[in-house]
Design a protein around this ligand. Structure first.
Ligand code: XBP
Ligand code: MG
Length: 252
């Protein structure tokens, strides 16, 4: 029988809606600062999101002829500039946590569940979000912050989840992933994890077949209630997602 011992959280799109008004805006500011003509509008950025990793996304755009060719060193420089601009946007406090995220994190912490992060994003970008959207104390509460280039293959490869579990000394059977995207779900699935998906505007129509629960958000206790998009474990009373629901997902 599985138990819920550990929760591994995706970041972008799951903890907060960082893509459209955060990462995308920072990429465009970095392109402008580098005197590049390219801008990623809301729609084309949604398509580019299938490429995980900011450097990889820029490289993909170059390979498709949408940006001038540049060396890997220049891509890394452009991306470092984007990360600094992103940190600034996040420090302005313009991207809040998604609904129910703090509530769920706090109840998991209070229940003694090990908490960690498994993300494709750059560590400096993750740190900014933790500091400004969650609070500095969460640097101590999360037992692992697995991010970015720490593994060779980014999501949908399972590597970042496998790395985080190895660091924590936990096994897949007792670990739950929280994700927002098809690539994230595939990574969690390939790592052997159960996974709850909280969709957003960019990911709503992606393929989550096989996921353990797909919802429009985690929701708040006093909120208007969430939309349940897939519920294979037939969990009842899903006005908002709570720890008992997540335990049921694990088969506890
Ligand atoms: C989402 C990503 C990231 C961000 C940009 O990762 O693919 O690449 O879009 O971040 P996740 P960087 O949902 O797994 O957190 O530019 O720092 O790569
Ligand atoms: Mg994500």
């Amino acid at each position: 029988m599985r138990k819920l011992k550990c929760m591994l959280w995706d970041v972008d799109g799951t903890l907060a809606d960082t893509e459209r008004d955060g990462h995308r805006v920072a990429f465009n500011l970095a392109f402008e600062a580098a005197r590049l003509d390219r801008r990623w509008d809301e729609e084309s950025y949604g398509e580019l999101l299938h490429v995980t990793g900011g450097k990889e996304r820029i490289r993909f755009d170059i390979e498709h002829g949408d940006m001038p060719d540049m060396s890997d060193e220049n891509v890394a420089e452009l991306h470092a500039s984007k990360t600094r601009l992103y940190q600034r946007l996040i420090a302005e406090g313009r991207i809040p946590l998604r609904s129910g995220v703090r509530r769920l994190l706090e109840s998991a912490r209070d229940a003694g569940i090990t908490l960690g992060v498994a993300t494709t994003t750059t560590p400096a970008a993750l740190d900014a979000l933790i500091e400004h959207a969650l609070g500095r104390e969460w640097f101590e509460i999360f037992s692992v912050l697995a991010a970015g280039d720490i593994v060779l293959a980014k999501k949908p490869a399972p590597d970042i989840y496998l790395y985080a579990m190895e660091q924590l000394g936990v096994i897949a059977e007792e670990t739950l992933a929280l994700e927002d995207s098809g690539n994230g779900w595939k990574a969690a699935q390939a790592a052997g994890l159960k996974c709850v998906v909280t969709v957003n505007g960019y990911t709503r129509n992606q393929d989550f077949s096989g996921a353990d629960l797909v919802v429009s958000g985690f929701g708040e206790i006093a909120g208007e209630g969430i939309e349940v998009l897939a519920n294979p474990h037939r969990i009842t009373e899903l006005h908002h997602v709570d720890l008992p629901h997540l335990r049921k997902v694990m088969g506890v």
